[in-house]
Design a binder for this molecule. Structure first.
Ligand SMILES: Nc1nc2c(c(=O)[nH]1)N[C@H]1C(S)=C(S)[C@@H](COP(=O)(O)O)O[C@H]1N2
Ligand SMILES: [Mo]
Length: 344
């Protein structure tokens, strides 16, 4: 599948960012010149895969998680060039996106998920669809993904710990998946659950672990159906690394990062509001809604500013935090009449 590395690219130039940017250009010009021909993006991606191999030979994220993934990323609809599915803010470099993580199943330090997830298995993978839905069942991930065209979205990610990133995801709208399984009129909430792989997850085995596994999150059904809610299977043009929630994770960009649950194995449609992991642990700190809000502070972190990663010695890169993380136009109507200080 891989083609030869183009001779005009110096190895020193090959970073996931530069390759990624080149691919974006390629997709755009390809799209205008050829009316969106499907072959060209595939070629650009093959070159990207090859270049990335040269740049990071040990990077498992670039190896297909299973043979059936081969070709999955061949035709991706690039993000449009304007908000809300794209932002012109600088992308967070790939190395920070994959090395500065919260994934407590692998440990509590930011470097634990990348350093300690080497044994994590993503194949075979199935997702159970349960509860108030016409087509419940346990589906292989290949069948879950089959009908969905993959697209790219560049979103801000704001963690409740007051840092943020800008990440180019690949995936499909959560609403499209929900419609397929036909929720009943009683489905007012959607609950998500992360896999528990005791043997590969040191954080799950740890006697100091603070979470009651599995990690669980939830959305109101109208939040889940919002056009911004996204199921990601990749980032920076390739498969999700384990530490970012392989093989499939949620991305809800107007909410604090902890709502964006990783490595999903269960989607449960419910009548009533589900319990969620952080809310169970510390309800006064972590609400069910968890909408990004610069006026409602967390007891330990002010929320009116954020550190845009990566920081360096010369700049802390502190920027103001925006209500709904800057996605108010798309989501403010969901909370009309609600007291956001009470429903934090
Ligand atoms: N299963 C699971 N999902 C999780 C977490 C976790 O610990 N376990 N951490 C959350 C938090 S706090 C954040 S900020 C984001 C981080 O996503 P990233 O590491 O891909 O940037 O994942 C969220 N999803
Ligand atoms: Mo977070």
């Amino acid at each position: 599948m891989l083609v030869k590395k183009p001779a005009d690219i110096q190895p020193s130039e090959i970073t996931p960012e530069s390759v990624y940017r080149r691919r974006r250009e390629f997709l755009r010009t390809g799209a205008t010149l050829l009316g969106g021909g499907a072959l060209l993006p595939g070629l650009a991606l093959a070159q990207q895969g090859d270049a990335l191999k040269a740049a990071a030979p040990a990077d498992l994220a670039r190896t297909p998680p299973a043979p059936w993934w081969e070709g999955k990323f061949a035709a991706i609809e690039p993000a449009p060039s304007s908000e809300p599915f794209f932002t012109s803010e600088a992308l967070t470099p790939y190395r920070d996106v994959i090395r500065y993580n919260n994934f407590y199943e692998f440990g509590m330090n930011k470097s634990d998920p990348s350093n300690r997830s080497g044994d994590f298995r993503v194949d075979p993978w199935s997702v159970e669809i349960a509860g108030e839905v016409a087509r419940p069942g346990r589906y292989h991930l290949e069948d879950i993904l089959k009908p969905h065209a993959l697209e790219e979205r560049v979103y801000r990610l704001r963690c409740v710990e007051a840092w943020s990133m800008v990440i180019p995801w690949i995936g499909f709208p959560l609403a499209d998946l929900i419609k397929r399984f036909e929720p009943t009129g009683n489905a007012r909430y959607v609950e998500f659950e992360t896999v528990v792989q005791r043997d590969s997850m040191p954080g799950v085995r740890s006697p100091f672990s603070i979470i009651d596994w599995p990690y669980r999150e939830g959305l109101r059904i109208d939040e889940a159906m919002n056009e911004l809610s996204f199921l990601a299977v990749g980032l920076y043009g390739s498969y999700l690394p384990a530490q970012n929630g392989a093989p499939i994770r949620l991305v809800v960009p107007w909410k604090y990062g902890f709502k964006s649950i990783k490595s999903i194995v269960r989607i449960h449609f419910r009548k009533t509001q589900p319990n969620t992991s952080w809310n169970d642990l510390q309800a006064n700190e972590y609400g069910f809604y968890a909408n990004v809000n610069p006026e409602v502070h967390h007891p330990r972190w002010r929320q009116d500013t954020e550190r845009r990663l990566p920081q360096n010695l010369f700049s802390r890169r502190v920027i103001p935090t925006r209500l709904f993380n800057g996605y108010g136009e798309q989501v403010a109507h969901l909370y009309q009449g609600m007291d956001l200080a009470r429903h934090y």
